[in-house]
Ligand binder design. Structure first.
Ligand code: ADE
Length: 248
């Protein structure tokens, strides 16, 4: 997958996208990340990319000219490539959205700054708008990094088989079960016996039930759309009698 990122601050992307799994994904050519400085598409000698809003009011607005030119140059003639503006006004990013984006061979991400971008950028070149949550960041850069990380790890081959993404929290519509490693006991806390006994079917069942228990306590809203077997629905009904969700 090729991801082009348009930003006024390309140097912000150094650390997070060049370490660990994303670094290896790029070395293996499963992922190609290209950073583009929007300022290179400014047309005046000061390389201006923002201006005061028509109608007055505070703040600055990203100018349409440099941004539209930048997107068109970077995207090329293929209008089917998604061009995603990171903005708190976008649809909320979830694992499901990440899975959808991971199906594309190219993405173009546009990082907004200041009060926002001129509306005509949306009307001409933006095809999708995404928010990473209901809070306001100083710009779309951190949001773009979150999106790249969540999407890249879903590209086949990026995670080793042993790290498959299909058991992730959210991938099954549930939060993940608790994990344990050695030692079997620490500070008086023991690893649950079932995990030490080598009965794989029992381990799978335990994990699934613990995922349901954790989801019920922390994110009961997710259970509305999770797929549960009849036995799991009984288990959940039992849980609901014993235990109230935590109020986070
Ligand atoms: N830019 C500023 N805040 C943002 C958010 N929550 N998500 C995406 N882009 C943003």
């Amino acid at each position: 997958m090729q991801i082009d990122i348009l930003t006024l601050f390309p140097s912000m992307f150094g650390g997070p996208l060049t370490e660990s799994i994303l670094k290896r994904a790029q070395e293996k050519r499963l992922l190609s990340l290209r950073l583009h400085d929007i300022r290179n598409y400014a047309t005046d000698k000061h390389r201006t990319t923002d201006d005061t809003p028509y109608g007055g009011g505070g703040g600055m607005v990203m100018m349409p000219g440099p941004l539209i030119d930048a997107v068109e140059a970077v995207r090329g003639p293929d209008r089917a490539v998604p061009v995603i503006l990171l903005t708190p006004q976008g649809r909320v990013f979830t694992q499901r959205v990440a899975q959808g984006l991971a199906q594309h061979s190219r993405l173009v991400l546009v990082c907004g700054r200041y009060e926002g971008v001129d509306e005509r950028v949306r009307q001409t070149v933006i095809t999708d708008e995404i928010s990473i949550g209901d809070y306001v960041l100083t710009g779309g850069e951190l949001a773009a990094m979150v999106l790249v990380d969540a999407v890249a790890r879903l590209i086949p081959g990026v995670l080793g088989a042993r790290w498959a993404a299909d058991e992730d929290s959210h991938a099954m519509g549930l939060l993940e079960y608790p994990h344990y490693t050695r030692p079997p006991e620490i500070r008086g806390l023991r690893v649950p016996d079932v995990l030490l006994e080598g009965d794989h079917a029992a381990v799978e069942r335990w994990r699934r039930w613990e995922a349901i228990r954790r989801t019920w306590r922390r994110r009961p809203d997710l259970l509305l759309s999770a797929e549960l077997s009849a036995a799991e629905q009984w288990f959940l009904a039992d849980l609901a009698e014993q235990d109230a969700p935590m109020l986070l």
